[in-house]
Design a protein around this ligand. Structure first.
Ligand code: TRP
Length: 333
């Protein structure tokens, strides 16, 4: 396990809520970035199954299969058990215990100002649970229990990193230097739109999933949203904001071809079908290595879950050491 290996750049903790299969937006926006970071950082990748319950505790039957599919997709994307440690959040109660203690240092007013909370409350139009309100306190515990310095996340998560930094500062001031103030690390690649040009989201039916076959992928590409004002192949088309071309920019390694397509598209000298057909080919080629890895893991779910269980056990002494230190400093031991 990689938890104790020496890597120069420090400690990373990041993770996903296991909400279902990962898609190509996760792959190019997040997972490829995490895979690169494994060489230089001591990485912990967290399956945040407790966090799932903050918005969905009414489907207990889905959680285990979603954990398996996220883990399978992570491994397919190149996250490597030889280089990183995988953790099942709910199996290490130290995460929840530290969150309870951090809750003492955090005001309700502060948590009510967290933008993700405000949005969720508006969207769900529900009576928010205490668990939803304290979501970022648990996330702070996830991060600080590993004394992580770096947290690669999407932009929407930065307010949670900010709260984590505040909790670290507050703890250090009250009880002595204990935690680093972790930094968020945004990935460079732009966010990939869905096949219908809305945000790519598993529940919108507009995502290309890592588990999709080449045939399914081609089918989804051929029915992608393009320039809606273009009726005939000889109408001049718009390239900017057109998801077919955004995908070409990301997945087609032949940049000359992409430029040629754009020029001809703008001039009305190429049809959508040809542009899409080439995109499907390029995308399938791009996905070939991870599909190969995925096929191996998908046929051996026991092996996938063993990676998670082994990682969790390797992390147990790490999280216990931090918890004991905190309990002692807060006067509980
Ligand atoms: N909130 C994160 C998300 O929805 C998931 C998460 C839980 C996380 N704990 C974390 C991310 C700790 C980074 C660090 O994507």
């Amino acid at each position: 396990m990689a938890a104790d290996s020496k890597k120069s750049k420090g400690i990373i903790l990041t993770g996903h809520r296991p909400t279902g299969p990962r898609h190509i937006g996760h792959l190019v926006g997040t997972l490829e970035n995490w895979a690169r970071l494994q060489d230089d950082y001591t990485c912990f990748f967290l399956i945040a199954d407790l966090h799932v319950l903050t918005t969905d505790h009414e489907h207990p039957d889905r959680i285990q299969e979603n954990i398996l599919s996220v883990m399978t997709d992570w491994l397919a994307a190149g996250l490597d058990p030889q280089l990183a440690t995988f953790v099942r959040q709910s199996a290490l109660m130290q995460h929840a215990q530290l969150a309870t203690l951090f809750g003492m240092l955090t005001t309700v007013a502060r948590l009510e100002r967290v933008p993700t909370y405000k949005e969720q409350v508006q969207q769900l139009k529900l009576n928010p649970s205490a668990g939803l309100l304290t979501y970022p306190v648990l996330q702070s515990a996830d991060i600080l229990i590993y004394k992580a310095n770096t947290v690669p996340v999407g932009e929407d998560q930065l307010p949670h990193i900010e709260l984590t930094r505040e909790i670290a500062r507050r703890f250090n001031t009250l009880y002595g230097e204990t935690f680093p103030e972790p930094e968020g690390l945004l990935s460079k690649s732009a966010r990939l739109p869905g096949t219908d040009n809305r945000t790519m989201h598993s529940s919108y039916g507009n995502s290309i999933r890592l588990m999709d076959s080449p045939e399914e992928t081609t089918k989804k590409v051929m029915s992608m949203y393009t320039d809606p004002n273009r009726i005939h192949a000889d109408d001049p088309g718009t390239v900017e904001g057109n998801p077919v071309f955004e995908y070409h920019d990301v997945f087609n390694p032949n940049k000359d071809e992409v430029e040629d397509f754009k020029t001809r598209y703008r001039a009305g000298k190429i049809g959508d079908v040809e542009v899409k057909r080439r995109l499907a080919e390029a995308l399938n080629q791009y996905l070939a290595p991870q599909r190969e890895r995925r096929a191996e893991y998908a046929q051996d779910p026991k092996k996938v879950l063993k990676v998670l269980d082994d990682g969790t056990e390797a992390a147990r002494p790490v999280v216990q050491a931090t918890l004991t230190e905190v309990q002692r400093k807060m006067g509980l031991l």
